[in-house]
Design a binder for this molecule. Structure first.
Ligand code: ZN
Length: 231
């Protein structure tokens, strides 16, 4: 087999390896934590905290109301018991009862307000929780697909690396070195010749270049420097 053809085959394998490795690094960048999942988890955490705080406020308002209701009952019991005869004392007790009643009404309004806030917060936590579960499920299945694809690409890389090794082992070492230097410089080191044209730079080759290439010797395109391969 002529060297140009061998180098061309080597290049085909190298280009394939390159594109598979590119795909792998793209997948690697997508593997791992999901920004939107983490953000939603944080938001849900904050909403849960808010809900807990509102429930705490609700409980404390209820306890306060209970306390006031008991005090009011005690004051009223005393007021209507007939045990207190002093008019001054009765008036003061009356005022105390009225004050307690007003405070109780005020607190009940506040408790109702907190209760409706609790309901809103509960709904919001439920919605956010559902959203998070959906996002996590999507993320998990996407991660699974990505790691499956990664495994597939890894096996392609190992297959092509072996192929490359056995190809390179059969090519003149000096030629492989020149090929690698050209690959570094140009990306592509070997160009096909089709209808007298170098496919690397699309320039017509001279008769001499074509003859030399046809004879099987290693010729570089005078325009782009690539090794010419005549299929
Ligand atoms: Zn060329």
């Amino acid at each position: 087999m002529n060297i140009a053809k061998q180098l061309y085959q080597l290049q085909e394998v190298d280009l394939e390896l390159e594109s598979v490795e590119q795909a792998m690094s793209q997948i690697a960048s997508q593997l791992g934590e999901s920004e939107v999942v983490v953000r939603t988890q944080t938001e849900l955490g904050l909403e849960r905290q808010r809900l807990e705080e509102l429930r705490r406020q609700q409980r404390s308002a209820e306890w306060e109301i209970d306390d006031l209701v008991n005090k009011l009952a005690a004051a009223e019991e005393k007021l209507y018991s007939g045990r207190i005869k002093n008019p001054k004392e009765l008036t003061s007790l009356q005022h105390e009862a009225e004050g307690l009643k007003a405070k109780c009404d005020q607190l009940e309004d506040k408790a109702l307000d907190i209760m409706s806030q609790v309901e809103l917060a509960e709904a919001s936590v439920a919605t956010k929780g559902g959203e998070l579960r959906k996002l996590e499920a999507e993320w998990q299945s996407q991660q699974q697909q990505l790691s499956n694809e990664m495994e597939r690409l890894k096996s392609i890389v190992s297959e092509f690396s072996q192929k490359r090794e056995s190809l390179a082992a059969n090519i003149n070492t000096q030629a492989v070195k020149s090929y690698q230097a050209l690959r570094k410089q140009n990306g592509a080191a070997v160009a096909k010749v089709e209808q007298g044209i170098c496919r690397g730079c699309r320039i017509s080759l001279s008769t001499t270049e074509l003859q030399k290439t046809r004879s099987g010797s290693l010729v570089q395109c005078s325009s782009c420097g690539r090794i010419l391969f005549l299929p």
